[in-house]
Design a protein around this ligand. Structure first.
Ligand SMILES: [Zn+2]
Length: 319
């Protein structure tokens, strides 16, 4: 049995708690409005930070790139303000991550499109995986919350797919922003090969048998596929953070950790702390925080991915 989605107030309380934690860690404000603008020229508005980092790599300083969803806020849950809607309307090109990720923004995105703002949906240019392909053992059919069905929106965690997005974006930038960045986009895609090689080198420290991941929600499928890891369970067994695990699902995760000897629970934005603490205490697994939905302090996609892999390797190998 599955419980209904958490109430709005519960989610607000969780968001407030996360903000408080982020504040303590000094993280608030390192990716919001202040860091959002770069360069001059046409205005590109991107919904998420990882995609914004990629777009900046592609356009360099030849366009302003604004990221709409502030760092450390959950993109699955983000509700745009009237000001955000205006930023969408004023853009020369809006770039969305898509596949249902920006569930709370869909109406504003649709409105901008209706009003004539060009919208580039990056998810339309990658081969999306579906949860069914890699279903968790014993998992129930999920209500996936929003309209994204079973398509996994977390493709930005595979550098190869982001290289494909970079190349696909170039014609849209030419058409809607007057930018000829085809060569830059190809160079960005070529560098993704180097990034994958670096990350492969990092994960090589972990024996294949130990490459088991328990995650906050089902966000690491693409990364697992690319780097030969296995996702054995998730605190929220859903592609979105907008579901609440049932008692039976929590018990399943504990049993899975014991059976697979997964050493760590990798939590993310939107992972309920009380549930994680209970699972950690029952299973003996350590809790490791992963930055899966935002970017590194330097704003770079490559740095973000290297830091992510470093945290995974540390979480899987630390004694
Ligand atoms: Zn997610």
């Amino acid at each position: 049995m599955r419980l209904s989605s958490p109430s709005r107030s519960a989610r607000l309380a969780a968001a407030t708690a996360l903000l408080a934690i982020a504040g303590m860690l000094g993280l608030v404000g390192c990716g919001g409005d202040t860091a959002a603008s770069a360069g001059t020229g046409p205005r590109i508005v991107v919904t998420t930070a990882p995609l914004g980092a990629l777009v900046r790599d592609v356009v360099g300083d030849r366009a302003q790139v604004d990221v709409l969803i502030p760092a450390n806020l959950d993109p699955h849950d983000f509700q745009p303000s009237a000001k955000d809607a205006q930023r969408l309307a004023d853009a020369d090109l809006v770039v969305v991550s898509g596949a249902g990720l920006e569930g709370g923004m869909q109406q504003s995105i649709d409105q901008a499109r209706q009003d004539g703002t060009p919208v580039f949906d990056a998810s339309a240019h990658v081969r999306l995986r579906t949860l069914d392909e890699h279903d968790h053992e014993g998992e129930e059919e999920g209500d996936h919350g929003h309209d994204h069905g079973a398509e996994d929106p977390h493709y930005w965690l595979d550098p190869v797919l982001m290289g494909d997005v970079a190349v696909a974006l170039a014609p849209a930038l030419k058409e809607h922003a007057g930018l000829d960045v085809t060569a830059r986009a190809r160079a960005v895609r070529a560098r993704m090969g180097d990034l994958v090689a670096q990350m492969d080198g990092m994960i090589a420290a972990v024996p294949q048998a130990d490459r088991v991941l328990v995650t906050g929600h089902d966000s690491l499928g693409y990364l697992a596929d690319r780097f030969h890891l296995t996702v054995v369970g998730a605190v929220i067994p859903s592609l979105s953070t907008q579901a609440e695990p049932s008692a039976a699902q929590v018990a399943d995760v504990v049993a899975t950790i014991r059976r697979t000897h997964a050493p760590a629970i990798f939590t993310e934005v939107g992972t309920p702390k009380a549930v994680v603490d209970a699972i950690a205490s029952d299973s003996g697994a350590r809790v490791v925080s992963l930055n899966t939905h935002a970017v590194a302090a330097d704003g770079s996609y490559a740095t973000t991915m290297r830091e992510l892999m470093k945290a995974i390797v540390t979480g899987l190998t630390a004694r």
